[in-house]
Ligand binder design. Sequence first.
Ligand code: ATP
Ligand code: MG
Length: 393
Amino acid sequence: MKIRQKFGFYNIIMLITPIFLIGVISVLFVFLFVMKFPVEEFSVTRAQLLNPVTLIRSAGQFISANPGSVIYVFWWAILCISAIAVPTTVITRIMSKSLTEPLDTLTKSVENIKNGRLNFEVMGSDYDELNALCEGFDSMRRALLASRRREEELKEEQKLLIANISHDLKTPVTSIKGYIDGINDGVADTPEKLAKYLSTIRSKADAIESLANNLRAASVTEKAEELCTGDIRELLYDILDSYRLDLEACGIKVTTDFAEGELIVRIDGKKMKRVFSNIIENTIKYRRADSQSLIVRAFAQDGSVYIHFTDDGIGIDPAQLASVFDIFYRADTSRTSLIQGNGLGLGIAKGIVEAHGGKIWLTSAGEGKGTTAAISLPQYKEESNEKDFNNRR
Ligand code: ATP
Ligand code: MG
């Protein structure tokens, strides 16, 4: 209810209650008076009734003849005054309380927020205007609480991130130091052994460099910089071709299932290749001993081009699917295993796909049941004679 309506309602009650009470009190007193005193002695004519002087004189004569009647008149007057004063005071108090209570709550809430206490609820009010204010205040409190929680989560994530970086750097560095010590101690005593040691040191240094590059890519907000328009199938054939030997070496056969018709997208080909590379490398890394297939599908639907990579590898526990895009996240199976990786690839891929206005997600029926990495990109409609993915016109 609005403040104006409710106050109008209180005003009506404040007016009606005394009238009603005075009426009841007066009827009661007239009845008692008539029963107690000889009212016929207070006989006044109509003319006397209209003349205040004669009326007062007649009343005076009646009172001097019946002194006890003054007490009745006195109590009648006291009760009538009370009938006005009591309801007015009570209703005024109710009115002011109904206004001051929510205002007090708001003042306390401001105090709580000022002192950093956010775990409380701002109660509403019967008045629409104050209720809107309380609700606005409570939603501000909830937003502050959510942002504080997010801040705490970010701090935790930051700690975890630093712990992961230090772990992922320490491992190859320790190994490089071990191999150098081996060389110094003369363990690599043949040219073959020395070459093997040096090549391991080189590969560990490469791993550190790749981690540094990936960290940089993960820390910047991706932008699609060199946009080209072309058929996504062309890019997919290119990338699959470049991984053909690696996939064959692992016994993985690639099947392509590309829809006919236009699958034109406008993308930064170099960056999108990085996304596809990580997905294909994941297929290789997270395969099972008997994994043998990677199915790549591409099709258009409702203004988007979809690309699905379905493998028959180790799969992912569905509970972990949402986290695989977090920086440094590796599903339990890969963290504990000896598979190389820093858990950066999908985080980087997400940044790149989203910079193109697309989406990327993973699905899996569970551990040991394969994984599908799915990407959707906005379909490009217009004809264009710009450079294609391979910079051809
Ligand atoms: P990086 O890509 O930085 O070398 P990574 O491959 O471990 O390391 P992501 O590509 O981000 O990191 O993948 C994150 C995690 O998601 C992986 O560690 C793995 O647990 C899980 N994952 C990703 N792709 C697959 C897949 N095809 N099958 C099973 N698990 C996968
Ligand atoms: Mg990866």
